[in-house]
Design a protein around this ligand. Sequence first.
Ligand code: NAD
Length: 378
Amino acid sequence: MALNKAPAGTGGTLLMLPGDGIGPEVMAVARRAIDWFGARGRFSFEVEEDLVGGASYDAHGAPLTDGTLDKALAADAVLFGAVGGPKWDGLDFSLKPERGLLGLRKEMGLFANLRPASVFPALADASSLKAGLVSGLDIVIVRELTGGVYFGEPRGVEDIGGGERRGVNTLVYTTPEIRRVGRVAFELARKRDGRVCSVDKANVLEATLLWREEMAGLGAEEYPDVALSHMYVDNAAMQLVRDPGQFDVIVTTNMFGDILSDCAAMLTGSLGMLPSASLGAEKDGRTPALYEPVHGSAPDIAGKDLANPLAMVSSVSMMLRYSFGLREDADLLDAAVSGLLSSGLRTADIMQDGKTEVSTGAMADALIGELDRRAARG
Ligand code: NAD
């Protein structure tokens, strides 16, 4: 799946939005990795950097300015760090740093959220499950991001008299909403192990019965080469902790995906290791895409050179793979991360007995050294 074209040497446009807290610290590591590839002529991006979140509020009075949004809409890909922090907690909801990210998701039309849950063998002991169950785990959850019960109307809380109230949310999906996220999952499966598991609650919820029917129709019509299965969400939650290795690509609704992806995140043991991608609809040959680590701005460790940069580095790898089709470079970056972990280097969040604790900066230096070594080996 190469969403946009960026043949080596000619490059594409990339907008970096470091944000707040540890965002700029981990983005600096991503920048070093991208510059490493650029310096070797493997590809060259036109990179722009801008403010978002609290940093943008401090400079411009808004968490996302029109100028930054325009740059994001024009870029081939957006790399996002993290936003938020106690400094901005008292702001009106519409000005909070997190609105910057929500605004980007909305305006870029990012309807599919891809969260890989892969476990580097060297980190299998950090999982809350037995190492044997998760070692080498490699699954991706594709979550529908802009529809379903989080956005359906009517919604709200109303007085129904007698001092009582009623809360209402609406689960609604249309055929195009289901099929477009389904296509993302099927296309992804074609590049992986060729299996999609669609998760719903079709036995209880009509909207997800439609989900099941549409996924089945899409699979039969357009992706007969991909093995499609269906699972109820309660069973999927159970199977994720019983035998996660059975899955390849999981595709599901907004709310089920929200819950299942956090569950899958814990299989991997650390927030600091998890990348994600959010994709929009292709238009004029370009697919809007935003890549970010799953973690937040971690104000408790910001500015202390303690942040684990590997989720951000893996987000770069996802970007190379999905937005630009630079598979070999993405593989090299993934292998370098795996090599660092195998050599025993750990930031504090993933520190284990007998391993070597390093700072963010030292991990970055080691990453560049590892890339150099692997490139020299050819
Ligand atoms: P968080 O992810 O920032 O931190 C949770 C815990 O994990 C903290 O103890 C933190 O130190 C640790 N942690 C997170 N990332 C780490 C990393 N890369 N390396 C080492 N340790 C790491 O979540 P939170 O504390 O709930 O939220 C803090 C702020 O981040 C809030 O303002 C929240 O709104 C915001 N947030 C932003 C995003 C985003 O920008 N996408 C996502 C989640 C939370």
